[in-house]
Design a protein around this ligand. Structure first.
Ligand code: GLN
Length: 558
């Protein structure tokens, strides 16, 4: 055993502990709890408070990387490389901050660390129990996130809805924290108030039931965000106040809106930051700093032209419903750049399967630009390749992200270099020429079935070659972008591809990985692929330069 150090470390306490806001869901899911949480964080940040935002997902999955996007929506990769829920992306975008790994947890990750600690004898022979040891680990992480961010406020969104079996241990963590320091903890419930068509009246009963369920876990709501098709009226605010034990002024109206970016402004109309500051004993200034946000919202509403973008992917449908969540960050990144250029984006999702055969390709003419976003596996790949070929040969601005770049390279090898038996190792490992190959370390991981959190993940630095479109867009010589992939351009083929006209304009710092590919401006108005995911760093107040360059090219398409 290591000898214990006898050195004394002087602890300098520089700051008092942060305040904690927990956000829980009423009986209905899918009512925009993530956006409500992001908006709460935004209005508090506008109070000049240092806010950090966390998400708890009740899944056993250790992270969001192993979940099918059609079930769980987009997997958002943090700079650290942690694969998380799309709400982490919402927080980063609304707050304009990178968030660290400690800010995301799942039931699986919490159990995993408790079990690992037990194996390391960190519980010193004690019997380790679900309660209190699981909630205590949750609390440890919440406090650690506050320390890491040096936050005034740690905001924690608990995924799912109250009354779900999976939530109980997280509610227990809230209860324990509230009883430890009651004045430092506030609980916000986001609840839906339906207006049944048959009666046309807003109903408060589901909210009353949800509050009662929350109370049965020993947790009491301080604020209720009243989601609904329309704004809640004073009479119903008072009704909720009576039956749910909150002040009427702590019932905040949250009607459906056409743009999620209106929500922080709407919350402020109902004085949300004032109420939260008063609940937590924080100073409140009536003149909050929302100018930049307001300007962004104004820009988004005063567009002068339209830019039509097709996103060609495969994860679009579940039953009879179309999913847009899977490519959420791409969608948002398009919006920010379009608004910056004074344009309204008209985004159409097209399933790549539609282009596998037949003559639908000509339909692509009506779009000003085409994006093939990230993806995995064989399904829909031939359709994507045909779309890329069409965009390349018909001068339609093309932006390929990750898989969209790899397939652009494959398309070029097939149709320009006329290579036979050529593929990517992901699709056809037996082909003679694998222009996209598996990264060496990934081969071992796949053989060992080490699949969770094992891709090349997170932010890495890369160098931009001068006089390229990449250099033009970024106006920099080095960049840091986030990644999520197992395959890469096979450098054996780089010379041949370059001789045939492709330019590898960004290369990883160690010179080994091709990070970006492009066609020269003289031969195509915009044909760019990135091995990384630029959409993960696009922010409303700071659009991504590559998306802006793409939208600019799309807007000037003849
Ligand atoms: N399937 C490809 C890879 O793993 C691309 C991944 C992606 O698009 N994120 O390399």
């Amino acid at each position: 055993m290591a000898k214990q150090s006898t050195k004394t470390t002087k602890l300098t306490v520089t700051k008092k502990s942060p305040k904690y806001i927990f956000i829980v869901g009423g009986v209905m899911s899918g009512v925009g709890k993530g956006i409500a949480s992001s908006s709460i964080a935004t209005v508090l940040q506008a109070q000049n408070l240092k806010v950090t935002a966390m998400k708890i997902d009740p899944y056993i999955n250790v992270d969001a990387g192993t979940m099918n996007p059609t079930e769980h929506g987009e997997c958002f990769v943090l700079a650290s490389g942690l694969e998380t829920d799309q709400d982490m992306g919402n927080y980063e975008r609304f707050l304009g901050q990178d968030l660290p790994s400690i800010n995301y947890m799942t039931t699986g990750s919490v159990y995993l660390s408790v079990v690992q600690k037990e194996r390391n004898l960190e519980y010193k022979g004690k019997c380790v129990e679900v309660v209190p040891d699981i909630p205590l680990e949750v609390i440890r992480r919440i406090k650690a996130a506050g320390t890491e961010a040096k936050a005034d406020i740690v905001q924690v969104e608990v995924g799912g809805t109250v009354g779900e079996y999976q939530n109980v241990l997280f509610l227990e963590a809230i209860r324990m924290m509230k009883s430890e320091t009651p004045t430092d903890v506030a609980v916000v419930m986001v609840s839906y108030l339906p207006v049944p068509g048959s009666i046309g009246e807003m109903k408060t009963k589901p909210t009353q039931t949800a509050v009662r369920m929350l109370n049965s876990a020993g947790v009491f709501a301080d604020v209720i965000i009243a989601r609904g098709p329309v704004a809640i009226d004073q009479k119903r605010k008072e009704k909720i106040a009576t039956f749910c034990n909150v002040k009427p002024e702590n019932v905040i109206s949250a009607p459906d809106v056409s743009s999620i970016y209106d929500i922080p402004l709407n919350f402020e109309r109902d004085n949300l930051s004032r109420q939260l500051c008063s609940l937590l004993g924080l100073p409140y200034k009536a003149k909050a700093d929302m100018k930049a946000w307001q300007q962004f919202v104004n820009r988004s509403k005063n567009t002068k032209g339209v830019v039509k973008i097709a996103v060609v992917g495969k994860y679009f449908s579940t039953g009879d419903f179309v999913l847009s969540d899977v490519y959420l960050s791409v969608l948002e990144a398009i919006k920010y750049s379009a608004y910056k250029l004074g344009l309204k984006p008209e985004i159409t999702y097209r399933s790549s399967l539609d282009f596998e055969e037949g003559n639908k390709l000509a339909e692509l003419k009506k779009y000003d630009g085409i994006i093939v976003p990230g993806g995995f596996g064989r399904t829909g790949v031939e359709g994507k390749l045909r779309v890329i070929e069409y965009a390349r040969t018909h001068q339609i601005p093309y932006f390929g992200i990750c898989y969209g770049m790899q397939l652009a390279v494959l398309e070029y090898a097939r149709n320009v270099l006329k290579m036979k038996s050529v593929s990517t190792e992901e699709i056809d490992p037996k082909a003679d020429h694998l222009v996209i190959g598996i990264m060496d370390d990934q081969r071992e991981k796949i053989a060992a079935q080490d699949m969770g959190g094992s891709m090349r993940l997170g932010a890495f630095e890369a160098n931009i070659k001068p006089k390229t479109q990449a250099a033009d867009a970024y106006k920099a010589t080095t960049i840091t972008e986030r990644h999520r992939h197992r395959y890469e351009v096979n450098t054996q083929y780089v010379d041949d591809l370059e001789a045939a006209g492709l330019i590898f304009s960004v290369v990883s710092s160690d010179g080994r990985l091709m990070e970006m590919v492009e066609l020269p401006k003289e031969s195509h108005p915009f044909f760019i692929g990135t091995q990384f995911h630029p959409e993960l760093q696009a922010r409303p107040l700071c659009p991504h330069p590559l998306f802006t360059a793409f939208i600019k090219a799309a807007a000037s398409k003849k």
